[in-house]
Design a protein around this ligand. Structure first.
Ligand code: SF4
Length: 183
């Protein structure tokens, strides 16, 4: 595949991901409204815990492209990579706590607000243990994180912690762009 067609398929993939992210966010909004679950005020434990979630290279590229095109000021965050204690995009001082909120990966969107299906296909909700959770009624359906993850895992199995994955993807996109500019 030449550079042009690679760029084209990458753009199509990102577009498809944006639609899927939007669809997933909507299903989370509906679910959240239905069962009345929310994060505790000011909590950021899921971003600052000892385990940094892992993401696929395609999700990392999506976030890296956002940094390159929309939030160039965030490029300096990559200098924190080696000495980080948690995700380099966590920001306690902002309401949403995430500097790449619009482009954050699926795991960041669905953690605590989604579930899985058991061997009988029954939906099982998996809340975060820090959540304020008083369900109004038992829920039969809800957002399935695995359904979205599997779409990206099919072709892109390799996973890395979020900060490292996005840094690697950012380097890769920078390289591609420099190649394009040099042509
Ligand atoms: S990308 Fe954003 S939401 Fe995800 S772990 Fe990092 S700070 Fe948290």
């Amino acid at each position: 595949m030449n550079q042009n067609s690679q760029n084209c398929s990458r753009q199509q993939l990102w577009l498809q991901m944006r639609l899927q992210y939007t669809e997933f966010d909507r299903s989370i909004e509906d679910f959240t409204r239905e069962i009345g679950v929310r994060c505790p005020e000011g909590c950021g434990v899921c971003c600052t815990g000892t385990y940094e979630p892992e993401v696929t290279s395609v999700e990392a590229e999506y976030a890296a492209r956002y940094i390159l095109d929309v939030r160039k000021d965030l490029e300096q965050r990559f200098t924190l990579l080696e000495d980080r204690s948690y995700c380099i995009f966590y920001d306690e001082s902002t309401p949403l706590h995430c500097m790449i909120y619009e482009a954050r990966p699926i795991i960041c969107r669905g953690f605590g607000f989604s579930g899985y299906t058991d061997k009988n296909g029954k939906f099982i909700y998996r809340p975060c243990r820090h959540m304020v959770f008083t369900p109004l009624e038992k829920t039969e359906t809800g957002p399935l994180l695995s359904a979205y993850q599997s779409q990206y895992l099919l072709e892109y199995r390799h996973k890395q912690p979020i900060s490292e994955a996005i840094a690697a993807a950012w380097q890769k996109l920078l390289y591609y762009r420099s190649m394009e500019e040099g042509r």
